[in-house]
Each structure stands twice: as C-alpha cells, then as structure tokens.
Design a protein. Structure first.
Length: 193
C-alpha cells in the first residue's frame, strides 16, 4: 500500500515539471528517495550507538568526525550528490544554496500556516546543465534531538559543540520544528540510462 501511495505521489509531484514524466524521471526520483532513506538510517543508527555508549558528549565528538564521511559514502553508493542543509546550520558545509533556501523558507511558512510539508523534486538548469533536484524535510522528531539542538543544552555538551563549530546556529529548536532537509542532486548525464 505504501508503495502505491508513493507512486501516486510522484505522479502528482512531477506534473509540475515541464517535461512529461518518463520512466527515467521516476527512476531518478526513486534513486533520490532511496539515498535520503539510507542517509537517514545510517546517521540515526550511528548516533544511537554512540549515544548508548557515552551520551550526548560522545555523540557530538563522533558525529563531528563521521557525519560528513557517512554522507559522502551514501552519495557514492547511490550515485548521487547528497547532503543535509539547514537555514540554521551547525556545520558551514551544510549551508543551503539559493534553491534550497527558497524551499526551506517555503516549508517554514507552510508550517506556520499549519499546512503539511512534503518532499519536492524539480528539474533545474545549473551552469547550462539540466540537473534533477530533490529535497525532503528533516523535523525535530524525538526529544533526543534537543540534547544537541534544543534550548537547554547541558554545559559540557555545549562546550564540545562550540569548540568544533564556532559558528553554530543549530540551537534553540523545539519538538516538531523544521530542522533542515536532505538534499539530493543528480546530474542525468552521469547516470546510466
Ligand atoms: C549528540 C548530539 C546530537 C544529537 C543528539 C543530534 N544532533 Fe543533529 N547535529 C549534531 C552535530 C554535531 C551536527 C553537525 C554534523 C556535521 O558536522 O555535519 C549536527 C547536524 C545536524 C543536521 C545538519 C544541518 C546542520 O545543522 O549542520 C541536521 C539536519 C540535524 N543535525 C538533525 C538532527 C535531528 C533531527 C536529530 C534528532 C533525531 C539530531 N540532529 C540529533 C549533533 C547532534
């Protein structure tokens, strides 16, 4: 049932795109979704494991070393460019580009107006090249997120965060807030049809 839901969703999603939907587009969308799923579970699994062993302190230490590495790995495995972005990013490498910023702002407006927010897929032209872009919201879904992104972070955890991320903006969140997004870019000429 879930699969059918996703398929119908993807047809609706791609109607807005000027090109008629093809099997190729459906495959790109599926690839983007699978990569986002994979990154989500890989990061969460690792965070969980470290947290079990040494709480948020250990979480920050390990996360700051491996988050980017795991992200690159998932990108390679799925043949996409993937990253996480946020309007209030912790790592400077997770700052959004113009299109990502626009989508994040639209989602924030949607949330304020009580509307559901959902994934977005679009063809864009970047430096003369057609690229397939995809974003999926990341919300503050569990109380554990607040230990490192909330309003009352333990001093020891905060010290470790500040040490590693002097320009950190990723604090002050509450449950349900939009934290950021998975963002996937696929350059079709690099994909085997
Ligand atoms: C143990 C501390 C810790 C916990 C718990 C934690 N995070 Fe993070 N989070 C970090 C660190 C450190 C980074 C920066 C990682 C990097 O260098 O890319 C980060 C980065 C992020 C980013 C990328 C954007 C940015 O700000 O750079 C998102 C999105 C994010 N976290 C969401 C979450 C969500 C959702 C949860 C709860 C499921 C969560 N985090 C729980 C420490 C934590």
């Amino acid at each position: 049932m879930r699969r059918i839901g996703l398929f119908v969703g993807s047809v609706v999603l791609l109607v807005g795109i000027s090109v008629a939907q093809s099997a190729f587009e459906t495959a790109l969308l599926q690839r983007a979704r699978t990569a986002a799923d994979a990154l989500f579970s890989r990061l969460l699994q690792r965070l969980n494991a470290e947290y079990q062993q040494g709480g948020a302190e250990r979480g920050v230490k390990v996360c700051s070393q491996v988050a980017q590495v795991l992200t690159q790995q998932v990108g390679r495995e799925h043949g996409v460019q993937i990253r996480r972005v946020s309007l209030k990013n912790r790592n400077p490498r997770n700052a959004p580009d113009a299109w990502e910023r626009q989508v994040l702002l639209r989602w924030e407006r949607g949330l304020r107006e009580g509307k559901p927010i959902t994934e977005v897929a679009e063809w864009r032209t970047e430096r003369g090249q057609r690229v397939f872009r995809y974003m999926r919201p990341i919300r503050i879904i569990a109380p554990v997120c607040l230990e490192c992104h909330g309003t009352q972070i333990k001093p020891e955890v905060l010290r470790l965060i500040r040490e590693r991320y002097p320009n950190d903006k990723a604090r002050g969140y509450r449950m349900g807030d939009l934290r950021g997004a998975f963002s996937v870019k696929i350059i079709p000429t690099e994909v085997q049809r």
